[in-house]
Design a protein around this ligand. Structure first.
Ligand code: DC
Length: 223
């Protein structure tokens, strides 16, 4: 069993940036589980599946084989053998991932992959249900959040920097809608594990959040 750090929280809270940095400092592997759900969403979109049609999603998701590779320390998501990283970060894929990830068959499909990675490596794994469901015995659990407005502004900046056209208002609306779905779904809803440490990054910079999590890690694991 590797040493496991679980970082959960809502969309746009900065989980991936922070988790990647913490993994780098500790020489752990960074596992982005959202990217796995996004790869599944991409498959469903390519197959023109309606994300609200639970039976269809449950059937079609069985055809998608998702695996992970690491190249130069970066996580590469393979969908039926193809590197799909360049297609995962669009709002369309994110919205479909939020819909389809509520499906128990989709979650079941990805659970084993996530647990296998954590049992064979030291990992920092980010997602929505890592501390509650995937790795209930994780050594360190963090619930990273920020206000809807802060998260929308961050995502807006990220997309604008990539030259992708977007509207702050629409992003804010999408984030609030995604929170609602992620937090209220029947299976593995997003919630803080009882033993997770709450970190609200609304008024914190990246370095500050990383330092805080490293402090929590040292206290729990190294002391
Ligand atoms: O973190 P993200 O925006 O890349 O995640 C995309 C969607 O995937 C998100 O709306 C909820 C879902 N997800 C999930 O249900 N469980 C996870 N462990 C990770 C992501």
């Amino acid at each position: 069993m590797g040493c496991n750090i679980a970082i959960d929280g809502p969309a746009g809270a900065g989980k991936s940036t922070i988790a990647r940095r913490v993994a780098g400092e500790l020489s752990f592997i960074y596992v982005d589980t959202g990217a796995m759900y996004r790869a599944m969403a991409l498959y469903l979109l390519n197959r023109h599946v309606n994300g609200e049609d639970g039976d269809k999603v449950a059937a079609v998701c069985q055809e998608a084989e998702i695996s992970i590779e690491y190249r130069d320390g970066e996580q590469i998501v393979l969908l039926n053998g193809e590197n799909v990283n360049p297609y995962l970060r669009t709002e369309q894929v994110g919205n479909m991932a939020s819909l389809s990830s509520a499906n128990p068959k989709v979650r079941e499909h990805l659970l084993k992959l996530q647990r296998n990675l954590a049992s064979s490596h030291d990992v920092v794994m980010d997602g929505r249900d890592i501390g509650t469901t995937i790795l209930p015995d994780a050594d360190v659990k963090i619930y990273l959040t920020a206000s809807v407005h802060t998260r929308a502004a961050r995502r807006y900046l990220e997309l604008s920097e990539k030259g992708l056209p977007c509207s702050l208002e629409e992003i804010e609306h999408d984030i609030a809608e995604r929170d609602e779905r992620d937090m209220n779904r029947q299976v593995s809803p997003l919630k803080k594990a009882e033993d997770a440490v709450l970190v609200d990054s609304s008024d914190m910079g990246i370095d500050e959040v990383v330092a805080k999590i490293m402090g929590i890690y040292r206290e729990k694991v190294e002391s």
